[in-house]
Design a protein around this ligand. Structure first.
Ligand code: ZN
Length: 320
């Protein structure tokens, strides 16, 4: 039997030992090479694109010879107000890409010996970096599966039966329940969107799926409208999961990863952050065939392209 990819030596090309052994200067160099890949790590002024700079080595800053702008390797990226050493940042990236079902913030803060809140903000910034690769704005092509799954809003049943309420009734729900609607190309990208109800899926398909595509969906009646726009395979899950190639297994495996991430690592997920986990799971799913060195490389590179986060910038100052 073929060995599972994650068990093979080929899936392991980066380790925490390597990162710490190589040290802070090497980690810094990695970030420079990712940020300025077209000049082999030589600084380029973010303001005027000039390649001539003075190096202020002691502070790891650069000053542009043309416009005198001062900047660092993380200026204008999600790591702009970074306080962590580069070596710890790289280690955090390694830990996060190694977690095939995500990593809890408690675990990350323990591994890095940093405060919970630091780990929380860092992990969310990295999810924004992943979103650069997931939410590209390009339409999905080929064979596209669509499905939805509900998260959050769980109401714990009362201990005694007499005290229990009917949790199916809207009046007894918390209002925190959201749906993740995912569209997944059989040979490529996964695109998740957070909404209030699965019926919003048809409108999302209209925006995000190419008209030439074939679609697959389950038997739920709100997918009937898809037939007006596409050729659609339907599969009735109460009878069969896969019928001669008619299935939604790809999108189901995305949801199973997201479900395990939410219940296994994060336990509770507020509606506000659900889209972050949805993007994280999509990124892991789409890149699942890469070794962990390549994953870390991609994530640093996404992070260097991701603009200063509006959501997380100054989070410390606000929440303190
Ligand atoms: Zn300049």
């Amino acid at each position: 039997m073929a060995q599972h990819f994650l068990l093979s030596a080929a899936s392991r090309t980066l380790s925490l030992r390597q990162i710490y052994k190589a040290g802070e200067d090497a980690a810094y160099q990695t970030f420079c090479e990712m940020r300025w890949s077209e000049t082999n790590g030589e600084a380029v002024c973010p303001r005027c694109s000039n390649h001539e700079t003075y190096k202020i080595t002691t502070r790891r800053k650069f000053k542009c010879k043309a416009c005198a702008h001062q900047f660092s390797v993380t200026s204008g990226t999600i790591f702009a107000s970074r306080k962590m050493d580069f070596v710890d940042l790289l280690a955090a990236i390694c830990i996060i890409v190694n977690g095939a079902k995500g990593v809890s913030m408690i675990q990350l803060s323990r591994d890095l010996d940093c405060q919970y809140k630091t780990a929380f903000v860092l992990a969310h910034k990295l999810r924004e970096a992943m979103a650069q690769e997931v939410q590209t704005g390009e339409v999905l092509q080929g064979h596209v599966e669509i499905d939805g799954a509900y998260f959050g809003g769980h109401i714990r049943p009362e201990n005694a039966k007499a005290d229990r309420k009917d949790r199916r009734l809207k009046a007894h729900q918390t209002g925190k329940r959201r749906v993740v609607i995912a569209m997944r190309e059989r040979t490529g990208r996964t695109l998740p969107v957070v909404g209030m109800s699965e019926a919003e899926g048809v409108a999302l398909a209209n925006e995000n799926v190419c008209r030439m595509a074939t679609m697959s969906a389950d038997e739920a009646s709100h997918w009937d409208e898809l037939h007006m726009g596409w050729s659609v395979d339907r599969v009735n899950h109460s009878e069969i999961y896969s019928d001669h190639g008619k299935h939604t297994n790809m999108v189901e495996s995305y949801f199973s990863r997201l479900r395990r991430m939410v219940t296994g690592q994060h336990h509770h997920v507020s509606p506000q952050y659900l889209y972050q986990y949805a993007n994280h799971a999509a990124w892991l799913e789409d890149n699942r065939r890469f070794d962990n060195g390549e994953l870390a490389h991609r994530l640093v590179s996404n992070a260097m392209d991701a603009p200063v986060s509006r959501n997380w910038k100054g989070y410390w100052q606000r929440a303190a």
